[in-house]
Design a protein around this ligand. Structure first.
Ligand code: 1PR
Length: 489
């Protein structure tokens, strides 16, 4: 849609087609996270009282402002508009046989597919809507707005038989434990003890979550640091297959970094990400490499040199396509005596907080390679550095809470939310639907991610959405999806 306009503040010297002689500008970030990422309802301009019941998926930092007084021409072209914070912007434009959307219909579930189908099959005469000059301008401050996202995450790796499976552990240990026997208290090694936990097939589960109303799917290749992802064809095949049956955004993570193929060919992180985007990913998530890039930037005086994975991918695909996945672990300190380099980031367990945290104090240290190595970098330093390099979103895990079901680490989410302006996805520890309500209500997280409780069907995505509705948290209703058989891979 933006290319139909005259120009954009994103790149003032590059011109668009100029069919609409106005400018695209960046969202203000004083009152809200930018990029604008998520599901938003849209008002059709000709029928301003009617809010389109559907939500569509938006992911962008720039927009055509909807302001009929200041820019009547854009307002005349606008077919639908919506609101983010205090700003109204154009969600779609329509004139004669030109139709374009700011949102992504191909990633907006059944609502988006319906819209594309209608556009392809509608007869030409019906496309001539009200002539633009006669359209009723939409009053500023329409209802609607961004909903909070529920993300289903799949940690994917090869199991001991060589199959790619969805696994899930606790505190990043994905192998089955040695369990005490029911009959006596001695420890017996069970048949599966020590094996990679297998919770299902990735495309099967992704499709199930799409149908159940997930707002996004995340697939993390959790052992890709061991070998080149360009030769990791099974994971690319998984992404390709998922993109054919899952019409909501897909984030792919694991191994997004410069690599060298076994034949010696150098592959840049940008090439690796490009493979995943072409396979159907909408966003890539960078873990270990983001830590190294921020460390390098800090050593160089606080400015990136343009070569990091975050910078190169954001430059080509836009920062909204770059997620930084953070794996912090608590480091406990003596609250009375600690005077180390992270003293300003020390968190004190609240007296009414979780019982294990009371009277304790800690800071959050960053790790790489799935928590296997700790680095001399705090979570605040990492997220602020990643934002400066060009990341568009933070996926905030917690090694301490992962798989425990104790709830999100509220202190951690709150600390990171206060430290950056980009959206923050709370992850790790969800055990009940109330945990989601709390992280949205108390901390205003932009999205919440869970794995174990969804895989084990202890809490459904529908349960979480019902709880959000009951607590007046903006949520996206689940859309009816045609039921075909689920894929078996
Ligand atoms: O470093 O760029 O190759 O990326 C590796 C990616 O793999 C990182 O995003 C890292 O978080 C992830 N990862 C690596 N090892 C593990 C592991 O579990 N052994 N998974 C791992 C991290 C965290 C979440 C999990 C939530 C929710 N898993 O993905 O899904 O904690 O779980 P819950 O709801 O069950 O508590 P790179």
């Amino acid at each position: 849609m933006q290319i139909l306009f005259q120009s954009s503040s994103e790149s003032p010297t590059s011109f668009g087609l100029g069919i609409i002689p106005s400018q695209i500008t960046r969202f203000q970030d004083a009152d809200k996270p930018v990029p604008h990422i998520g599901w938003n309802s849209a008002n059709v301009i000709d029928t301003p009282d009617e809010i389109v019941p559907e939500h569509y998926y938006f992911v962008h930092s720039y927009c055509a402002q909807y302001d009929p007084e200041r820019d009547p021409i854009t307002a005349q072209w606008a077919h639908s508009a919506t609101q983010y914070g205090q700003e109204m912007f154009v969600a779609s434009i329509h004139k004669d046989n030109v139709f374009a959307t700011q949102f992504h219909p191909e990633k907006s579930g059944p609502a988006g597919l319906k819209l594309l189908q209608a556009w392809l099959t509608q007869d030409e005469a019906k496309r001539q809507l009200t002539p633009p000059s006669l359209r009723v301008p939409l009053p500023l401050k329409a209802k609607g707005g961004l909903t909070k996202r529920i993300i289903a995450c799949m940690d994917v790796r090869e199991n001991d038989e060589g199959d790619l499976v969805v696994t899930k552990g606790d505190q990043y240990d994905v192998r089955e434990k040695v369990v005490p026997s029911d009959k006596d208290s001695s420890c017996l090694v069970s048949r599966t003890a020590g094996k990679v936990r297998n919770l299902g097939k990735p495309v099967f589960l992704a499709t199930r979550y799409y149908r159940e109303g997930a707002d996004e799917i995340c697939l993390l290749n959790i052992t890709s640091f061991r070998r080149s992802p360009l030769h990791d064809q099974p994971m690319l095949a998984v992404v390709r297959a998922a993109a054919q049956c899952v019409f909501i955004p897909l984030t792919i993570g694991g191994g997004i970094k410069d690599t060298i193929d076994p034949d010696g060919t150098m592959r840049t992180a940008l090439e690796v990400a490009g493979e995943y985007f072409r396979a159907g990913a909408d966003k890539v998530s960078i873990g270990s490499e983001a830590v190294y890039s921020v460390e390098k930037m800090r050593t160089a005086g606080g400015t990136g040199d343009g070569t990091s994975a975050i910078e190169t991918i954001a430059h080509v695909y836009g920062r909204q396509a770059v997620v930084v996945s953070v794996d912090p672990r608590r480091v406990y300190v003596d609250p009375e005596t600690y005077n180390g380099p992270y003293k300003d980031e020390v968190v004190h367990g609240k007296s009414d907080g979780h019982e294990n945290d009371r009277a304790k104090a800690w800071w959050y240290q960053c790790t790489v390679s799935g928590g296997r190595e700790s680095r001399p970098l705090s979570v605040v330093q990492l997220v602020q550095g990643a934002e400066r390099l060009g990341a568009g979103e933070i996926l905030l895990n917690s090694i301490d809470r992962d798989g425990t079901g104790l709830g999100f680490d509220m202190e951690l989410v709150s600390l990171v939310k206060r430290s950056v302006k980009i959206p923050v996805v709370a992850s790790s520890g969800a055990g009940t639907k109330e945990h989601f309500v709390a992280v949205f209500d108390c901390i205003d997280a932009d999205a919440a991610l869970a794995a174990g409780i969804f895989h084990r069907e202890e809490v459904s995505i529908g349960d979480v959405k019902e709880a959000m509705k009951a607590s007046n948290i903006p949520w996206r209703p689940t859309q009816e999806i045609e039921q075909t058989s689920l894929p078996s891979f």
